[in-house]
Write a protein that binds this ligand. Structure first.
Ligand SMILES: [Zn+2]
Length: 171
């Protein structure tokens, strides 16, 4: 174990931190501030100014973790300057789950796409509109609500509303 945090050089509450992925693994020594922020995925940009230095580390594990953190911070400018071996890049990417495509499914588990026509399977009170979207109503040309696989949007009675996918059937 190192006697300072391998990212920020702090000596506070050091503990080991596993960096794995793509059949590689290494234990780094990190301080509690770094560990807590990485675990909670709430990165304080000021604290992680330390990445400006760690990106030049000769340790693969430090580079891999730095790459992942710069990615979550959206620091493409620094990522572009980093030099990683192919296996290090693969290792780093294995720990990044970016924009995984959401799958929107109707009540039967059929995948819904933008532009589909669906039928409502249950009478739904539509909040704020004072009408009920009746069971059996067809909704044409639906849209997928971004970042929310439980809802689609579509027009009912001329009003654009969000509808739970579990009350829909693709037609
Ligand atoms: Zn640290």
């Amino acid at each position: 174990m190192s006697n300072v945090c391998e990212l920020c050089s702090s000596e506070d509450n050091l503990d080991s931190f596993l960096v794995d992925g793509a059949n590689n693994e290494v234990n780094l020594t990190l301080c509690s501030t770094c560990r807590d922020q990485i675990k909670s995925e709430e990165l304080d940009e000021n604290h992680f100014n330390c990445l400006n230095d760690s990106m030049w580390s000769e340790s693969s594990g430090v580079k891999v973790l730095t790459y992942r953190l710069l990615d979550s911070l959206g620091r493409q400018d620094l990522l572009d300057m980093m030099y990683l071996e192919d296996y290090e890049k693969e290792w780093a990417e294995a720990g990044i789950h970016r924009g995984e495509k959401l799958v929107y499914k109707d009540s039967n588990g059929v995948t819904l796409e933008h532009g589909d026509t669906v039928v409502i399977t249950k009478d739904l009170d539509v909040k704020g509109t004072g009408f009920t979207a009746k069971r059996g109503t067809a909704v044409r040309n639906i849209g997928l609500v971004p970042n929310d696989a439980e809802h689609i949007e579509g027009r009912v009675n001329g009003v654009k509303i969000h509808i739970l996918t579990k009350y829909l059937k693709k037609s």
